[in-house]
Design a protein around this ligand. Structure first.
Ligand SMILES: Nc1ncnc2c1ncn2[C@@H]1O[C@H](COP(=O)(O)OP(=O)(O)OP(=O)(O)O)[C@@H](O)[C@H]1O
Length: 298
């Protein structure tokens, strides 16, 4: 499938600071891709280059088949900044109507658009009275004008409560199902783990990891933790059979490499009857993220 966004060997420096170094990635129609990275990793710079707000120093970039920032690309790309600012004296409906006029869209679509982001009930209230979550929805409604093929969202859920976050991702799921490509930056790892298809990790301007969570998990090859609960009288026997095990918080803990997982499980299975319960705890996205970021010296 032709990608909506294709970036090859992108570089960008500000004076002596290399904000992006040799970054290559693509986002396909219907894909939800999360862009992760520490503060200063280069996420905003990458977004600004995609939007055509700043020019890259080198590399190639295709946005919906066009150069970033040209009329064709702009017609197909939507952007939601982290802190979208609106005129506080306008109502939600007035603000969206105004943006639709600017884009030569039929303004009768303004109310349905606000309805789509769950704001129809507040359409005639001033934005100054909206909560942060409601303002973020106005931002999303603004981004959806003109059925964009690519959505670039800068930390779209920061400051939203858990229910608003869930609603927001449900909306994104619907857009992706309709074929929109979505690139969103976030510091909320658990949330992107559950709600996106692929992860990109930027560190010091370089793309240090890209793939699905299982792919990154395999590549990182981090140790697996196991927690064993012994039947009352058998704890000592289990500890003796598993020399690497330690006792912590009323349970027996064991850590092993990915390649030793099956052997270790076989050892535990051999203790059947003595083991009351077993939990296998894979490395979390936080562990994986730290692994790739640290590997890059961040
Ligand atoms: N206009 C600029 N002039 C000089 N340096 C800049 C400029 N814009 C970004 N930088 C530098 O480029 C690097 C990448 O910054 P960028 O804003 O892209 O990071 P980020 O990943 O978006 O960070 P955050 O999570 O804090 O938003 C940083 O070292 C930053 O200081």
């Amino acid at each position: 499938m032709t990608s909506t966004l294709t970036i090859s060997h992108l570089t960008k420096a500000f004076g002596g600071v290399k904000a992006l170094s040799d970054v290559s990635l693509s986002v396909a129609p219907g894909e939800r891709v999360a862009l992760l990275g520490h503060n200063g990793a280069g996420k905003s710079t990458l977004m600004k280059v995609i939007l055509g707000l700043i020019a890259a120093d080198g590399g190639e970039i295709s946005v919906c088949g066009a150069a970033p920032g040209n009329a064709q690309a702009r017609a197909h790309v939507a952007y939601l900044p982290e802190n979208a600012a609106f005129h506080s004296a306008l109502t939600g409906l007035e603000q969206i109507t105004y943006y639709m006029r600017l884009r030569n869209e039929d303004i009768s679509g303004a109310l349905p658009l606000l309805d789509r982001v769950g704001l129809a009930h507040a359409a005639n209230r001033r934005i100054g009275t909206y909560s942060k979550g409601m303002r973020q929805r106005v931002g999303l409604a603004q981004a959806l004008i003109g059925h964009p093929s690519l959505l670039v969202l800068d930390e779209p859920t920061s400051g939203l409560d858990p229910v608003s976050r869930r609603d927001f991702y449900e909306l994104l799921d619907g857009l992706a199902a309709d074929g929109a490509a979505i690139l969103l930056s976030s510091h909320a790892l658990t949330e992107v783990e559950a709600r996106t298809d692929r992860l990109l990790i930027l560190s010091g301007g370089r793309l240090v990891a890209k793939g699905t969570l299982p792919e990154l998990r395999r590549e990182a090859a981090l140790p697996v933790s196991m927690q064993i609960h012994a039947h009352e009288t058998h704890e000592a026997e289990i500890m003796a059979a598993l020399p690497a095990a330690v006792r912590m918080n009323n349970a027996i803990h064991l850590t092993c490499g990915q390649d030793e997982k099956l052997t270790t499980l076989a050892q535990i299975s051999a203790l059947q009857g003595k083991v009351a319960d077993l939990d296998v705890i894979p490395p979390s996205l936080e562990d994986i993220y730290s692994h790739f970021s640290r590997r890059d010296g961040q």
